[in-house]
Write a protein that binds this ligand. Sequence first.
Ligand code: GLN
Length: 491
Amino acid sequence: MSDLTKLTAVEIAGLVASGEASAVEVTHAHLDRIAAVDERVHAFLHVDGEGALAAARRVDERRAAGEELGPLAGVPVAVKDVLTTKGVPTTVGSKILEGWRPPYDSTIVQRLRDAGTVMLGKTNMDEFAMGSSTEYSAYGPTHNPWDLDRIPGGSGGGSAAALAAYEAPLAIGSDTGGSIRQPGAVTGTVGAKPTYGGTSRYGLVAFSSSLDTPGPCARTVLDAALLHQVIGGHDPRDSTSIPAPVPDVVAAAKLGATGDLTGVKLGIVKELTGEGAEPGVMAAFRESVDTLAKLGAEIVEVSCPHFRYALSAYYLIAPSECSSNLARFDGVRFGLRVGDDGNRSLEEVMSLTREAGFGPEVKRRIMLGTYALSSGYYDAYYGQAQKVRTLITRDFTAAFEQVDALISPTTPFVAFPIGARTSDPYQMYLADLFTIPTNLYGGPGISVPCGLSDGLPVGLQVMAPTMADDRMYRVAAALESVVGTFTPPAL
Ligand code: GLN
């Protein structure tokens, strides 16, 4: 049998359904791979070998009993440590939740279980999903399988690295400002941010509630679409969940794979190209634009003038929401508690716990947000940022009157060396220059590998109108049908 870890999710599900491979065999192959490489990659914070094998056994039993299996049954999946998993540690990359075993599953994880996927474990991330490199994890950085001295992106670098290192064929991420798409781009994998409200936030540890969006990560566009279909759709437990079915992303990915984009009009966003992007990134992007045109797409340039303020608006809105959300980590309800010796007041214990439990970037964001929301500054900072958010949404709406989808490079630069940007927060924030507008608008965006620059992967981003997630899958799959998938040098 060929190496099971090198297969796509579709191929694995096919083997399990036909009985050519058991889910237990598939799971063992991936656990062995993790054991062989994860010391160097550090994609996982927790590997749940026993849980995975138990889930795999159930799939094999169901098959033996003649039950109909879903399209991803028996396929291993790695889950970003931002989603609660019943009885399985959930840290959000933070010391403040060390040792916490949630009493319930997030909706996404529940749906993964119901679909018969096999959860291998929890992946590394920047603390509370704040970062672009996974270097802000309290548990040490993840290494990019393309070059172990480089970052795998963030905040979901663990999920992306697990895919690129063949530790898992599928993974879950969450995207607040780019944390699914940017790691996808710099690891040569596919990452999709669904329409806000298209995937449930129930059990997603909140960073910025009006932006947080869980979504699928995979090595191929079709695998990502299948995962999107399984995890997406209305959830009454999430008040911002959209009460509508998931657009048919699987059919769209299959249509795209035929390589025909006749009748599709794409807009290159002027403000997300040229200035700010590395020449190697722009070269790969331009080549992909030519490819998309050859596949029949009509390509025009569109201007979204307010995108230039997106980063500034995001770094007021996201920290403001985080300063409120993270108030719940008080040393009383979850995880860490410091200094509770019977002599200290509740406030002292809270303060000591937060001082010890939060890392420097999280503290920076809480302080920024508290300042932006304080009376006297509220209108000038938070209020102003909200107005900019409206203008950015209007830019998208106007653009989608002219074109079906928008395209840009996913990131301005390829994976940088570990340590290169940690001392300058602004340099780190720039990693999301091209992904943040989509989050402020709420629409879907996908990153698909489009080429290499100096031997490192470059991603192309496709952005679509809200609830038109299918469109971005079609375009991404069409590009993939020509450029193929990307394999890092052997680990
Ligand atoms: N890098 C961005 C930040 O630090 C986005 C993070 C995310 O999408 N979770 O906020």
